[in-house]
Design a protein around this ligand. Structure first.
Ligand SMILES: [Zn+2]
Length: 310
């Protein structure tokens, strides 16, 4: 048996699993079975609300969540790709959140700040930034290269008396086993009316519908697979109020997925076959047309009126 495989589940009958974090119900269907070393987990779907998650989680140790790589989180140092990402993705986020913030220099906490590049862009745009990062390797790089204040800690072990105007969670929440607990903690870092910006994969994407088990599920690290609807519902449940949700394509994943589907498994971040690159373009555009992109951006507000429920 290979060390790692994702296959269609043979038993799709409704059964009881661990409670769904979005709606609390326990009736699920197994869509896929994931084998990782000797462990087996399912990607299950809640029959009630449609939320998808791993049951049980394949990685149980907190430290296995730490990602130490430095090159991949900054587009391998490629200035063209970095510039494109800054213009199309970061600047759009900054414009979007500015509309909901008072003027001046908002205090920002970037949870999972990684190597600091994204945090630095916020700083460049007049935000008073603090990073929070569990990888020592990435923390050091952010401090040395970008001169950013970064706290080296998992969020589970982090506490602060500061209150922030905005908290950013970029490609983080999908790694968290108990996102409801974490979001409640994040809410306690925010001023009343403070903003939460989440950038996260959207599992209701054209790539996932077309490629199913060949889609880049980013296993074993991703534990929950959200859609705009399921994540909004979870955020509202823990006391946030929706301000804006939009989707963005992340075309880098498509060539690798097509490569895997056509030519067998492809190592992540290696350059794919040119046919796979060409075939990915119409799929990305179709995703944009149908609003089935593979990333989503959510801007929510710490709702003062939800404080009693929280
Ligand atoms: Zn549910």
């Amino acid at each position: 048996m290979p060390m790692e495989s994702l296959t269609k589940s043979l038993n799709r009958a409704v059964h009881r699993g661990k409670p769904c974090v979005v709606c609390g119900r326990q009736e699920v269907k197994s869509l896929y079975t994931y084998c990782y070393h000797e462990r087996t987990s399912d990607i299950v779907q809640c029959v009630n609300c449609g939320h998808l998650y791993m049951d049980p989680v394949p990685l149980v140790e907190l430290n296995t969540r730490t990602m130490d790589g430095v090159a991949d989180s900054e587009f391998w140092g490629n200035a063209f790709l970095q510039g494109l990402h800054e213009r199309l993705v970061f600047n759009r986020e900054i414009r979007a959140v500015r509309k909901f913030l008072p003027g001046g220099t908002p205090r920002l906490l970037d949870i999972g700040s990684g190597t600091g590049w994204a945090t630095f862009i916020w700083q460049k745009n007049r935000f008073a930034v603090t990073g929070l990062e569990p990888s020592l390797e990435r923390t050091k790089r952010a401090r040395e290269l970008y001169r950013i204040p970064v706290v080296h800690s998992h969020i589970e072990n982090f506490s602060t008396t500061e209150l922030y105007d905005i908290v950013v969670m970029r490609h983080l929440l999908e790694h968290i086993e108990h996102p409801d607990q974490m979001l409640r903690k994040v809410r306690s870092f925010l001023k009343p009316g403070g903003l939460l910006l989440i950038i996260i994969p959207n599992i209701n994407s054209i790539g996932r519908h077309l490629f199913r088990e060949n889609w880049e599920w980013v296993l074993p690290w991703h534990l929950h697979f959200y859609t705009p609807k399921t994540l909004s519902r979870l955020l509202e449940k823990v006391g946030f109020e929706k301000l804006k949700v939009y989707q963005m394509p992340s075309p880098l994943w498509y060539p690798h997925t097509i490569n895997k589907a056509l030519f067998g498994s492809a190592p992540r971040f290696k350059f794919p076959h040119i046919i796979a690159v060409l075939l990915s373009l119409p799929i990305v555009f179709l995703g944009m047309l149908l609003n089935l992109n593979d990333n989503m951006t959510l801007i929510f507000r710490n709702s003062a009126s939800a404080a009693l429920k929280g």
